[in-house]
Ligand binder design. Structure first.
Ligand code: FES
Ligand SMILES: [Fe+2]
Length: 384
């Protein structure tokens, strides 16, 4: 790092401005390689919904790309989740062919047979047999696939490619409290959008965390939620954000035929809540659906984003189920966000840019700096 802040609160400007992260962290592939290793692989990363990955049933396999690492996910015969690197212990072939950034593969599976020399693994990653090798049963455990920590929370699957400092449940304590009534574990994906966004993942999460941009970028959303037009300052996210008179959810009309989710309190039936779970899950909760954004960083300047609209299973099972009222609004707002994020990425790439500034109403965005820098500091250096 050269210019820009090197620790929280080291640079402040007039008018309450605080320095944003330095340019390198958004545009430099070498800086991204360090961040990937120290930060992204040091956190629980969301990889999608358990049922979308087919892992809600026994004897299933999914192969996902996790920031360039191919990861095998399995649900074994007992219904337990496992994760491992997609790398055979014999001579390194992939058990399931997959290139970096490849789309997720989902399939039924009884075992995992390497296509090269047929070493075969159980769904828990243990080596079952190695043809023509003199391995005895006692030797086999040493040749298990290299395991990765995996867990699920509220229907989402998470992996951790390092050694988790905290269990997933502890990492999710805040959304578990603030979004408890939405009972996301029971919801199902009713509509999905996939976007390839030419921006660093932090540009996307910083953008999610402030509504300073909502007036200029989202005129339709601001008509639905007038408080957003004021820049988002003073919004009480814990109680939720009210809609305009007569509106109660994120749809083009502000209403819908779908029932509010069961279990919501009086505020939640008419207000909107949101949570950012660093580093790659954004949750946006309306009365009748929850929008979940799963970010898959592909490189320093590219992020694949899955936007999943989650509904109550009864709504999806209704023969008249039509999620387009929510989908049309979300797709519009999403495209507005991704277009401005790509503009930011292009601007940050200019040699004139060193770092930006957070205005006081962007304080939540500044959280990414407070979150990232200590994790980015070399081992033993707190980053202070
Ligand atoms: S590399 Fe997998 S069996 Fe040889
Ligand atoms: Fe936005």
């Amino acid at each position: 790092m050269t210019d820009g802040p090197t620790g929280p609160d080291q640079q402040t400007g007039p008018g309450g401005l605080q320095a944003a992260l330095p340019r390198e962290l958004y545009v430099d592939p070498a800086a991204f390689a360090v961040e990937r290793e120290r930060v992204l692989f040091g956190e629980w990363l969301c990889v999608g919904r358990r049922d979308d990955l087919g892992l809600h049933e026994p004897r299933r396999l999914a192969v996902v790309d996790v920031v360039g690492e191919s990861v095998l996910l399995t649900c074994d015969e007992h219904g337990a989740l496992h994760a491992a690197y997609n790398v055979c212990r014999h001579r390194g072939a992939q058990l399931v062919a997959s290139s970096p950034g490849a789309p997720t593969v989902c399939a039924a599976a009884g075992s995992l047979r390497c296509p090269y020399h047929s070493w075969t693994y159980g769904l828990d990653g243990s080596l079952l047999k190695a043809p023509h090798a003199d391995l005895v049963d006692a030797d086999l455990p040493a040749f298990s696939l290299t395991a990765i920590a995996v867990d699920d929370w509220a229907g989402f699957v998470f992996v951790h490619l390092g050694t988790p400092a905290t269990p997933l449940a502890a990492a999710m304590a805040r959304p578990a409290r603030t979004l408890a009534n939405y009972r996301m574990g029971e919801l199902v994906t009713g509509l999905r959008f996939t976007y390839e966004v030419a921006a660093n993942y932090k540009v996307v999460t910083e953008n999610y965390n402030e509504c300073y941009h909502c007036g200029p970028v989202h005129p339709e959303l601001t008509r639905l939620v007038p408080a957003f037009g004021g820049g988002g300052g003073g919004i009480d996210w814990d109680s939720g954000v009210p809609h305009r008179e007569g509106a109660w959810t994120f749809t083009t009309s502000g209403t819908t035929d779908r029932a509010p989710l069961p279990g919501l309190d009086e505020d939640e039936r008419v207000r909107h809540k949101g949570e950012l779970v660093h580093p790659n899950l954004m949750l946006s909760a309306s009365a009748d659906h929850v929008a979940a954004f799963v970010l898959a960083p592909q490189s320093v300047d590219r992020t694949r984003i899955e936007c999943l609209l989650l509904f109550h299973p009864d709504a999806v099972a209704d023969p008249g189920f039509d999620p387009s009222d929510a989908g049309d609004l979300w797709d519009l707002v999403n495209r507005q966000d991704w277009a401005i994020c790509e503009s930011v990425q292009r601007g940050m790439s200019s040699r004139s840019y060193t770092h930006g500034w957070f205005a006081p109403m962007e304080d939540d965005s500044a959280d990414i700096r407070r979150w990232l820098l200590p994790r980015l500091a070399p081992e033993g250096d707190s980053g202070e």
